[in-house]
Design a protein around this ligand. Structure first.
Ligand code: SF4
Length: 453
């Protein structure tokens, strides 16, 4: 009998991918995805633990779902509630203590066990917790992908992280680095392309640390994965995220210049421009190292553009340190960037650092940094006016006949389009640049892949 499954996804692209795979795991039990929690038989919150706000959101959402569960119970109907993802892993059974109406808690490495957990929760009336880091990787136990993610899809190739940046919970919630075998990645990519996907973003908490094995048990790198997937007919665009500057290897820098299907846009978090703060963050590199990587990538692919992540107000960050961050942003000239105030995460070394920065100082620095980033984004978007480029148009815009998509530079582009252009790689001329997007006009020609320089 078909049952309704509602999954709410918080946080990163990896959680988006995991939610798709969770639905694949539960489909054989008759669960079909529903867009709202109302009337759902099973609600899963696939959570993020990266910032305090993210955790608070989980509990306030749980409160709302509880009311829905009580309403169903009053009608003699049952609803199961599960908390997964990084808050699930970090908090575990504490969640059930705090919210006893939650039936299951699981970590990111345990969702392949969902079918069995649901059976136990129904039999035992809840209280099911699965947080182990399995010896047999979940990927080996996941069913084949049954649902398409559409023309643009995420594909997890690496998980976990061994870097232990002093502010980050990922090594504790996602575990040690694990790289999937090349053959499994290629198989899943071919399935996706057969289901209509034209663009794949390769995912990993530290994706460029990829070191999976090929069929001959040779250790491969991320550039090997890119080169292999680029041979798949019908796969037109390849991207990867999230990378660490220390793992930008020579071969990965080189393939940006030689593989036309690899998009000329890279998200390369640096977090701070100050050597003092980078040291306190345990990032294992200094600002000069980062700027050298940027320069080498620009030499390899002259039209490449960058985005990054920044944390302001990290413990011990002085005015001078913050000015170093502003200087680095000026030097790189980003197309986009994300910036946040430092948020102490329980269990991370920096959370107990005695040089915490006052909130008002964090606010002032964040405003200055975001003003600079907004300026750079606008400058970058305006610099593409008049250029011809391809856009993968996959959504409706808010205006009649308007289509939305992404350029190779991850710019949101809106065009007046026709049904025929939907889900297509379409050549557009950029007509206007704004802070967060560009507009374009369809030139009507089918795109051909630009020759990399
Ligand atoms: S490299 Fe990224 S995921 Fe790994 S510990 Fe540092 S911030 Fe976290």
């Amino acid at each position: 009998m078909s049952k309704k499954l509602y999954i709410k996804t918080y946080g990163c692209q990896m959680n988006v991918y995991d939610s798709v795979r969770m639905a694949d795991c539960l489909a054989p039990l008759g669960y079909q995805s529903s867009d709202t929690p109302e009337d759902a038989d099973l609600v899963i919150l696939n959570t993020c633990h990266i910032r305090e706000k993210a955790e608070d959101k989980v509990y306030s959402d749980l409160g709302r779902i509880r009311a829905e569960k009580q309403r169903k119970a009053a009608n003699g109907e049952k609803m199961l509630i599960a908390v997964g993802g990084c808050v699930g892993q970090a908090e575990g059974a504490e969640i059930i203590k705090r919210a006893p109406y939650v039936d299951m808690v699981l970590g990111p490495q345990s969702y392949h066990q969902l079918p069995e957990m649901v059976t136990r929760a129904i039999r035992d009336g809840g209280g099911v917790v699965e947080l182990d880091f399995p010896t047999v990787q979940k990927f080996d136990l996941l069913p084949e992908a049954s649902s398409s993610q559409g023309v643009s899809a995420f594909l997890s190739v690496q998980e976990g992280c061994d870097k232990f940046c002093s502010f980050c919970v990922v090594p504790y919630t996602r575990g040690a680095e694990y790289s999937r075998p090349m053959a499994a990645i290629e198989k899943e990519a071919r399935q996706m392309v057969a289901q209509g996907t034209m663009e794949i973003t390769l995912l990993g908490q530290n994706v460029n640390a990829y070191h999976g094995e090929d069929e001959q048990a040779n250790v491969s790198s991320l550039s090997d994965v890119i080169a292999r997937l680029a041979k798949i007919d019908g796969l037109e665009r390849i991207r990867y995220t999230t990378s660490h500057p220390r793992d930008m290897s020579d071969d990965l820098i080189a393939i940006h210049g030689s593989e036309p299907k690899l998009m000329p846009f890279l998200h390369l978090p640096v977090q701070s421009g100050s050597d003092n703060v980078l040291k306190r963050m345990n990032r294992k590199h200094n600002a000069e190292f980062y700027l050298d990587i940027i320069a080498r990538l620009r030499k390899s692919r002259t039209d490449i553009a960058f985005s990054s992540d920044f944390i302001v107000g990290f413990p011990g960050e002085s005015d001078k340190d913050f000015e170093d961050t502003m200087k680095l942003v000026e030097q790189v000239q980003y197309a986009q960037a994300y910036s946040f105030k430092y948020s102490p995460r329980p269990g991370t070394p920096a959370a107990t650092d005695d040089q915490q920065v006052p909130e008002e100082v964090k606010d002032e620095r964040l405003q200055r940094l975001q003003a600079l980033i907004r300026h750079q984004q606008t400058v970058f978007n305006k610099s593409t006016v008049g250029k011809m480029m391809t856009a993968l148009l996959d959504r409706d815009g808010k205006h009649e006949g308007q289509l939305l998509g992404k350029t190779p530079y991850m710019q949101s582009v809106h065009v007046q389009g026709n049904e025929g252009s939907r889900g297509q790689l379409t050549e557009v001329r950029i007509t206007e640049g704004f802070m967060n997007s560009v507009s374009g006009e369809i030139t009507g020609t089918q795109p051909h892949l630009r020759k990399a320089n």
